[in-house]
Ligand binder design. Structure first.
Ligand code: PLP
Length: 353
C-alpha cells in the first residue's frame, strides 16, 4: 500500500525507537522529566521563543493556546478554511467561551487584512465581544500545504498587534513552511506571540506537539493543558522521539516537497485530472477528477475513484468540494511516487466515467 492520506501516518524511525527505549524519565507534572525538559528547551530555541511546552496533540496545543490567550467572552478571529475552525471541535468556543469570528481564507492561505480589521471589536460597544486573538495557519492544510511568507505573516501580526490582539500560529507544519521559504523557522515566526507545531506529522515522531511563546504565556498554557487532562507524567519516553525528530527529521522535509512536485506533475499529465501544479509548495497535492466530458466528478464518483485507487494499492483522502488530497512524507520515496502514478492511471481507466 502506498499511503498518501497524510503525513500523520509516518512511523517512528529506528533512531527514535532506540532513544525512546533509553529515555531518562521523571514526573513531568512536577517538571521533573529531564527528556521533556530538554525537548522543550530545544523547541523554544529552534523557534526563537523564551519557553515551550510538550502537549499530546496539535489539537490540544491549539486549544490550550487559545484558552491561555483569550478569556471567557473574548473573541478569536480564525480563517474559514482553518484547521482550528474545521477540525478541532470548536475548542476555544466549546471549552473557553470564546466566540470564533470567521473571516475568508484566500486560496494561498492568507487572511484578508481588511476583513480582519472590520471584524475587530475593541470592546467599547457593549453588544460585541472584545477581540483578543488572531489565529493564522502555516502551512495551510485545507489550502493544500500553502505557505504564508514572512511578509504576509508580518502584515497580519502588524495589524493584529496594532489593535492590541495577540497572534497564535497553528504551525502544525511550520518547518515545512520554513523549508519551502528557505529561511529559519525562528525568522518566520519572530512576530507571532505563540506557535503550535507537531512532531507527529512530517517529522515522524509517534506522538506529540509543542507550544512555544514567552515564559508567562507558557505558564498559562501549563494550567490549560492540566485542565484538558494533558499532564502526562513519565512522557519523556515520547519526548525522546521528539528530540530525534528535531535533530534528524527537519532537514529532510525538502525531500517530501520534491516528491509532492513529482506527483503533481505526473498527475497533470492525465487528462482526467484537474490540478494547479503551481500551488504545490510543500508536501501536499490537491486535485480533482473530471469525467470524459471534462466535468468534475460528483461525491459518489469520487468515493468510487478513491476505492479503485485503494484496490490498486494507493490511499488518498477526500477533503470535500470534490477535492482529493495526497500527502508525501518520510515513508514515500520517488520510486513509490512513480508506482503510485501508474496505479492511479489504472484506477482512472477502470473508473470509466
Ligand atoms: C494544520 C493542522 N493543525 C492542527 C492539527 C491537529 O493535530 P493533531 O492531529 O495532532 O491533533 C492538524 C492535524 O492534521 C493540522 O493539519
Amino acid at each position: 500500500m502506498i499511503d498518501l492520506r497524510s503525513d500523520t501516518v509516518t512511523l517512528p524511525t529506528a533512531a527514535m525507537r532506540e532513544a525512546m527505549y533509553n529515555a531518562e524519565v521523571g514526573d513531568d507534572v512536577y517538571h521533573e522529566d529531564p527528556t521533556i525538559n530538554r525537548l522543550q528547551e530545544m523547541a523554544a530555541e529552534r523557534l526563537g521563543k523564551e519557553d515551550a511546552i510538550f502537549v499530546p496533540s496539535g489539537t490540544m496545543g491549539n486549544a490550550s493556546s487559545m484558552l491561555a490567550h483569550a478569556g471567557r467572552g473574548e473573541a478569536v478571529i480564525v480563517g474559514n478554511q482553518s484547521h482550528i475552525y474545521h477540525y478541532e471541535v470548536g475548542g476555544a468556543s466549546t471549552l473557553g467561551g470564546s466566540p470564533m469570528v470567521v473571516v475568508q481564507t484566500e486560496p494561498d492561505g492568507m487572511l484578508n487584512p481588511y476583513e480582519i480589521e472590520i471584524n475587530i471589536s475593541d470592546g467599547s460597544d457593549e453588544h460585541s465581544a472584545p477581540t483578543s486573538l488572531l489565529c493564522i495557519e502555516n502551512t495551510h492544510n485545507r489550502c493544500g500545504g500553502a505557505v504564508l511568507n514572512l511578509e504576509q505573516v508580518e502584515q497580519l501580526t502588524g495589524l493584529a498587534h496594532y489593535h492590541g490582539l495577540k497572534v497564535h500560529m497553528d504551525g502544525a507544519r511550520v518547518f515545512n513552511a520554513a523549508t519551502a521559504l528557505g529561511i529559519p523557522a525562528s525568522t518566520l515566526v519572530r512576530s507571532v506571540d505563540s506557535v503550535m507545531f507537531c512532531l507527529s506529522k512530517g517529522l515522524s515522531a509517534p506522538v506529540g506537539s509543542m507550544v512555544v511563546g514567552n515564559r508567562e504565556f507558557i505558564q498559562r498554557v501549563h494550567r490549560m493543558r492540566k485542565v484538558l487532562g494533558g499532564g502526562m507524567r513519565q512522557a519523556g519516553i515520547l519526548a525522546a522521539a521528539g528530540i530525534v525528530a528535531l535533530e534528524q527529521m527537519v532537514d529532510r522535509l525538502a525531500e517530501d516537497h520534491e516528491t509532492s512536485k513529482q506527483l503533481a506533475y505526473g498527475l497533470a499529465d492525465f487528462p482526467q485530472i484537474d490540478i494547479n501544479v503551481d500551488r504545490v509548495k510543500t508536501n501536499m497535492v490537491i486535485f480533482s477528477v473530471r469525467n470524459s466530458k471534462l466535468e468534475p466528478l460528483g461525491e459518489e464518483e469520487i468515493m468510487h475513484f478513491l476505492s479503485k485507487a485503494r484496490e490498486h494499492g494507493v490511499l488518498m483522502g477526500h477533503i470535500g468540494q470534490g477535492r482529493i488530497r495526497a500527502v508525501t512524507h518520510h515513508g514515500i520515496d520517488s520510486n513509490q511516487i512513480t508506482a503510485a502514478l501508474i496505479r492511479i492511471r489504472r484506477a482512472l481507466i477502470e473508473l470509466q466515467v
